[in-house]
Design a binder for this molecule. Structure first.
Ligand SMILES: *[C@@H]1O[C@H](CO)[C@@H](O)[C@H](O)[C@H]1NC(C)=O
Ligand SMILES: *[C@@H]1O[C@H](CO)[C@@H](O)[C@H](O)[C@H]1NC(C)=O
Ligand SMILES: *[C@@H]1O[C@H](CO)[C@@H](O)[C@H](O)[C@H]1NC(C)=O
Ligand SMILES: *[C@@H]1O[C@H](CO)[C@@H](O)[C@H](O)[C@H]1NC(C)=O
Ligand SMILES: *[C@@H]1O[C@H](CO)[C@@H](O)[C@H](O)[C@H]1NC(C)=O
Ligand SMILES: *[C@@H]1O[C@H](CO)[C@@H](O)[C@H](O)[C@H]1NC(C)=O
Ligand SMILES: *[C@@H]1O[C@H](CO)[C@@H](O)[C@H](O)[C@H]1NC(C)=O
Length: 481
């Protein structure tokens, strides 16, 4: 009893010290995350991973497709400096042309339905689309680039007038009994206008085949005939899938067979598989530098989820804008940097596209300015470095193994949050870390439409529910298995 007197205060001292430590730990772990600055150098030392085609499987009524980076099979040693820098330059050009098209579309007073829905497909720069999956068409397996910004799925076809080099054989419809061309007088042929921006062309008679053309922003193009075939993935077969059988194709497609369009119009993969998957798809985009796999999931089993998310899924309603109806649009209501809420009158005005083909997130100038100021306040003590392309807030982090960086969290209508993964906050422009930049950028004009880019969507489950018109987010370390 006598001894307990001096011990008791000491005990309380220890207890309070302990609580202070816990409080600090919780406090700081909410505000900052550790970023591995040496990631790229370490990646270089790893031997090239063996090259397997992406796989797929069926689970609980959904189909799960493995997503890989587009040139994971390339034998060439990747020059990261060149690759990461070129990606930024292309992304800048891409978004400028996209903004121009959106501005023109919104300001045009043409009331004809087909004209008010000019697809933005044609602004897309294929070189910034980084992810591929495998699908089966007829009796053949092939890899295609995934794009939520366009609608028509197409592949190279024999007999080919002009085809770029691809890995594996080119699809030959004459060897498939399930392939059928689409006729010119069909409503499917007429829907090409809204899916690709170009009307279907015909040879004159109604019984001739329907020819399509898709042009991309970087000068790439594909044209050929529209056809139907069995689409097979993860053991599920979708009959009469409409796609472009490309007879004349040009572009930097990186050895893939073609492209899968996950946009919103009638001809997109999502619309066409609506009966099987309920108009729902989701993806988890892995970090390309780490060589990890991600997944594209068609469908969603709500009673028994197939996702590997580590936080609950939070949904926000899509904003409907009939003038740019091919896009998925969200209502950004706020942003936190390290837990500090930014102030801007641009929040809540309802215009933020979510796009898998744009790399860097673009924010209204007032929002970006506030974000940059708060980030610099919390990430201080590092020497600054010159800006690169569209990124203007850069640091020289040479000599640091890891740095502690402020978290960034986007808030959308209905209290949905997207916590940007630590791999989506800084962009390594130079492999030696002498130029590492805040991976967000400003739009030119306050009235331009914002974009949530794929760099900030890494390691997230992003769910597009076109039936209920909502988009969900949850943190998920991407993997296929
Ligand atoms: C969801 O998963 C459960 C459990 O595997 C299964 O019984 C059910 O049929 C699935 N639902 C759908 C719609 O496929
Ligand atoms: C296509 O892939 C599936 C699943 O990986 C496989 O079962 C099938 O044999 C493949 N078909 C061909 C023709 O290679
Ligand atoms: C094609 O069909 C449309 C109506 O479906 C008709 O007006 C047109 O005359 C036909 N053209 C030919 C060349 O048969
Ligand atoms: C299209 O043309 C073919 C051949 O002329 C005809 O058999 C078919 O009924 C037409 N379809 C439509 C929707 O007009
Ligand atoms: C899928 O079908 C539902 C109705 O069954 C519809 O509301 C939704 O818009 C369709 N989605 C697409 C992308 O066509
Ligand atoms: C966006 O959300 C805010 C907050 O809920 C709301 O006040 C605003 O009207 C919404 N804007 C649009 C375009 O839906
Ligand atoms: C970056 O910092 C390192 C270490 O402080 C220094 O040696 C190097 O010269 C700097 N590089 C540039 C491009 O400023």
């Amino acid at each position: 009893m006598v001894e307990s007197k001096p011990l008791l205060p000491f005990f309380f001292f220890l207890l309070s010290l302990h609580l202070i430590i816990i409080a600090n730990a919780v406090h700081s772990s909410q505000q900052k995350k550790l970023f591995n600055v040496q990631m790229l150098q370490r990646k270089q030392q790893l031997s090239t991973t063996s090259c397997f085609l992406p796989e797929s499987r069926q689970e609980k009524g959904t189909v799960i497709l493995e997503m890989k980076e587009r040139d994971h099979c390339s034998q060439k040693k990747i020059d990261w400096n060149k690759r990461l820098q070129r990606q930024l330059i292309l992304d800048d050009i891409n978004v400028l042309s996209m903004q121009n098209r959106i501005r023109r579309t919104i300001s045009s007073h043409i009331v004809e339905a087909s004209e008010t829905q000019i697809p933005l497909t044609s602004g897309i720069n294929l070189q910034t689309l980084n992810y591929i999956v495998s699908i089966g068409l007829g009796n053949q397996n092939m890899t295609v680039i995934v794009d939520t910004g366009s609608d028509l799925t197409w592949i190279q076809c024999e007999p080919c007038m002009s085809c770029y080099n691809q890995q594996g054989p080119i699809f030959n419809p004459s060897t498939s009994s399930s392939y059928k061309p689409i006729l010119c007088n069909s409503s499917t042929c007429q829907s090409l206008q809204s899916a690709t921006g170009n009307r279907g062309t015909c040879d004159g008679s109604n019984s001739s085949t329907c020819n399509y053309v898709v042009n991309y922003g970087d000068g790439s193009y594909t044209n050929g005939e529209l056809g139907v075939e069995h689409l097979v993935f993860g053991g599920i077969s979708v009959s009469s899938f409409v796609f472009g059988c490309g007879r004349n194709n040009k572009g930097l497609f990186g050895g893939v067979s073609g492209l899968m369009g996950l946009g919103r119009s009638y001809l997109s993969m999502i619309s066409q598989t609506n009966a099987t998957f309920g108009g729902v798809f989701s993806y988890c985009l892995p970090t390309i530098e780490s060589g990890a796999s991600g997944s594209l999931v068609m469908g969603n089993n709500e009673s028994s989820s197939v996702f590997k998310n580590v936080t609950p899924i939070a949904y926000t309603n899509m904003v409907l804008n009939p003038q740019i109806s091919n896009f998925y649009i969200l209502n950004l209501t706020g942003i936190d940097v390290g837990g500090v809420a930014l102030e801007s009158s641009s929040f809540g005005n309802g215009g933020m596209l979510i796009d898998s083909g744009t790399v860097i997130t673009r924010l209204a100038p007032s929002v970006y300015k506030a974000l940059k100021e708060e980030f610099l306040k919390q990430f201080s003590g590092f020497p600054s470095a010159p800006g690169f392309s569209l990124l203007d807030t850069c640091f020289n982090l040479t000599g640091n193994e890891e740095v502690s960086i402020p978290t960034i969290r986007f808030h959308f209508e209905d209290n949905a949050e997207m916590n940007v993964d630590v791999a989506g906050i800084l962009y390594i422009v130079k492999e030696d870390a002498s130029q590492v930049c805040l991976a967000l950028a400003s739009l030119n004009d306050e009235s331009d439409i914002g974009i949530v880019g794929n760099y900030q969507q890494r390691n997230q489950r992003v769910i597009y529910d076109t039936k209920q018109s909502k988009v969900g987010f949850a943190s998920e370390p991407c993997s296929f298995i």
